[in-house]
Write a protein that binds this ligand. Structure first.
Ligand code: AMP
Ligand code: ZN
Length: 122
């Protein structure tokens, strides 16, 4: 039942559809585990989303068994930052849950750059 629920969630998931090519996106990077594409509503001159190809609803749904994947997502963020020439710095964000401002229930990293970021983020 839990398995089945996961499959149903994935079928209805925006980022799963993007990974599968059912919803168009501009591919910035892809490997066997991850996919990166521009955010449709950019919050900075550079705003890239990096997602695992497998459906994981949020950071809450990961555990120690996902540490290779989580580390890999950060590797991809760092390399994308180089690719996007963000040598002056950048921010990597994982909005998590309602209070974290998460609106798409598929784990994703935001890579933001091209301007100075504010703190606190609000
Ligand atoms: P979050 O609010 O952290 O869950 O981030 C979800 C992000 O997905 C938002 O920044 C949206 O602008 C972005 N987004 C929603 N639909 C699309 C889409 N079709 N292509 C690219 N980015 C999208
Ligand atoms: Zn998904």
């Amino acid at each position: 039942m839990i398995e089945r629920r996961g499959i149903l969630d994935a079928m209805d998931c925006l980022f799963c559809k993007i990974v599968a090519g059912k919803i168009p996106s501009k591919k910035l990077y892809e490997d066997e585990l991850t996919y990166a594409f521009p955010d449709i509503n950019p919050q900075a001159p550079t705003h890239v989303l990096i997602v695992p190809k497998k459906h994981i609803a949020s950071l809450v749904k990961t555990d120690a068994g996902d540490k290779d994947l989580l580390g890999h997502l950060l590797d991809v963020a760092r390399e994308q930052a180089k690719e996007q020439k963000l040598g002056n710095g950048y921010r990597v964000v994982i909005n998590t849950g309602a209070n974290g401002g998460q609106t798409v229930d598929h784990l994703h990293l935001h890579l933001l750059g091209g301007r100075a970021m504010h703190w606190p983020p609000g």
